[in-house]
Design a protein around this ligand. Structure first.
Ligand code: ADP
Ligand code: G6P
Length: 473
């Protein structure tokens, strides 16, 4: 059990993620406090960390600030400090201008800078050291995502007694793209420090095994890689999910119903509401989606008098140039389309560049007749699952990109290739105009899926596999 937070070798279960599971809040007396951050990962892992009196290691989100470890809600919180140069090179640079585009099919060009890589390694070592200090003998450590790919090997060299899991939340690219990376050997070696490397899709796991064989020269068998130091590493898919029940309960509250009603009112009580909810990220296919809606509205195939497309775009990574360009482009596109196809008192594209509380999102999902999720590439896409869980009447419809991991599970969605704008326009119209019976059948099948495979099932299956890994010799 946890003693003083951050005290040496006290935690049996440790999560290492770029972000902490807490956000700052202002207390009533004006002092600073913390609250649990929203999001599926935190919801899933927090109970496990609590049950073990464990700890969560992560960055607090601002530069040049020192925060001491503390206990929150029955678990340890261990902040890792980053200077503003480190944020620029490790987070905005290597993580979000190199790995992020490279792993998402190079939908934007990844940049390779040696200084970024040096800093990435230094910061990975800082996270690994924090985990090595706090983990109890034989503890389980679960490392999350592309910002920390070298932590598994660094941590294993410091603490060979630990069980180490790694989960990649984004796609793992085909070998042909991965080969561009100047530090490709180091990254593979970094990941191979884990006992289990988890991916969203079997295709990603397969890419990794193939790479271990081809680039690493390792012997492999099915989902196993045999390392040169005599260990066995498993590479397997564990598709992540959401807390389906919590979201459904939230969407059924009187507050959510009232917000949904108010929203319909504010939008002029149109016949149909189309909805998009995304971080404002170039992987999300927003340019193509806005283009498709623009053409539908200007051609009159969707009448602006009866139809509204509400797009919520969450501000994200605003220090990175590609994100600034995307922000400007979408602003311009939306402005142009609305001025060309609006009617007096009607604005066909309602664009909100803002973050919302979960309750407001649940209400939007409830209010939306057609949800459009059209990423060019996405590891999973939780928004698609959230819509299915929250929209509990049978009249909804989900338009979904075949390039989202979620497409493997939500097979009853109206599938689109987001690069094919005409195809996407047709599918949007088809989803909107389909019969009630078809909507109901598709929604029921998808609902069954997201309730059976929820976030608890995801964490449970990964941790049970990690638990059955033999203890290190
Ligand atoms: P990504 O992880 O790439 O952002 P996902 O769709 O998998 O994409 O997950 C996004 C998460 O962020 C979802 O849980 C969603 O509810 C949440 N989210 C998206 N937009 C907003 C917003 N405007 N306000 C609050 N939460 C949001
Ligand atoms: C994706 C990544 C996460 C990341 C999140 C938000 O879901 O897989 O690792 O935390 O986006 O991005 P941010 O850069 O704000 O942490």
């Amino acid at each position: 059990a946890a003693g003083t937070p951050g005290s040496p070798r006290s935690a049996d279960f440790v999560v290492v993620a770029n972000r902490l599971p807490v956000d700052r809040k202002k207390n009533k007396d004006g002092s600073q406090g913390w609250k649990t951050s929203p999001g599926g990962l935190v919801t899933a892992l927090k109970p496990v960390v609590q049950a073990h009196g464990g700890a969560w290691i992560g960055w607090g989100g601002s530069a040049d600030e020192h925060i001491d470890p503390f206990t929150f809600d029955g678990h340890g919180v261990v902040p890792v400090d980053l200077s503003s140069d480190e944020v620029a090179e490790y987070y905005e640079g290597m993580s979000n201008t190199t790995f992020w585009p490279l792993y998402h099919d190079c939908v934007e060009h990844p940049e390779y800078h040696r200084e970024w890589w040096e800093t990435y390694l230094e910061i990975n070592e800082r996270f690994a050291r924090a985990a090595a200090e706090i983990a109890s003998p034989g503890a389980t450590v679960w490392v999350q995502d592309y910002q920390l790919q070298n932590v598994p090997a660094l941590l294993r060299s410091m603490r060979p007694d630990l069980k180490i899991g790694f989960f990649l939340h984004i796609p793992f690219p085909p070998i042909e793209l991965f080969m561009q990376l100047p530090w490709r050997f180091q990254v593979i070696d970094g990941l191979l420090g884990a006992d289990i490397v988890g991916f969203q899709e079997p295709g990603s796991a397969h890419n990794f095994v193939r790479l271990g064989r081809r680039l690493g020269g390792l012997r492999t068998y099915r989902d196993k890689l045999f390392t040169t130091d005599g260990r066995t590493v498993t590479a397997k898919a564990y598709p992540i999910s959401i807390d389906s029940q919590e979201l459904l309960d939230l969407s059924r509250t009187p507050e959510a119903r009232e917000i949904a009603r108010q929203l319909r009112d504010d939008l002029g009580n149109p016949e149909r509401i189309f909805l998009g909810v995304d971080r404002l990220d170039y992987t999300k296919g927003l340019r193509h989606r806005v283009q498709a809606f623009g053409e539908l509205f200007t051609s009159g195939q969707l009448d602006p008098l009866n139809n509204v497309y509400l797009q919520v775009a969450t501000p994200t990574r605003e220090g990175v140039r590609r994100y600034q360009i995307l922000h400007r482009d979408i602003d311009e596109m939306v402005g142009r389309i609305n001025s060309q196809s609006g009617r007096i008192g009607r604005t066909p594209i309602q664009y909100r560049y803002s973050s919302y509380p979960k309750l407001a999102l649940a209400a939007m999902y409830r209010a939306a007749d057609v949800m459009v999720v059209s990423p060019l590439r996405d590891g999973m896409n939780l928004v698609a699952k959230e819509y299915v869980a929250a929209h509990d009447s049978d009249d909804g419809a989900l338009v979904l990109s075949e390039f989202a991991g979620a497409a493997l599970e939500l097979t009853q969605a109206y599938m689109v290739n987001p690069y094919d704008v005409n195809g996407m326009k047709n599918q949007i119209l088809r989803a909107a105009g389909d019969s009630h019976a078809n909507h109901a059948r598709r929604m029921r099948a998808m609902r069954k899926q997201v309730f059976k495979h929820d976030i608890e099932a995801w964490a449970g299956s990964f941790l049970s596999d990690l638990g059955s890994v033999p203890d290190p010799q």
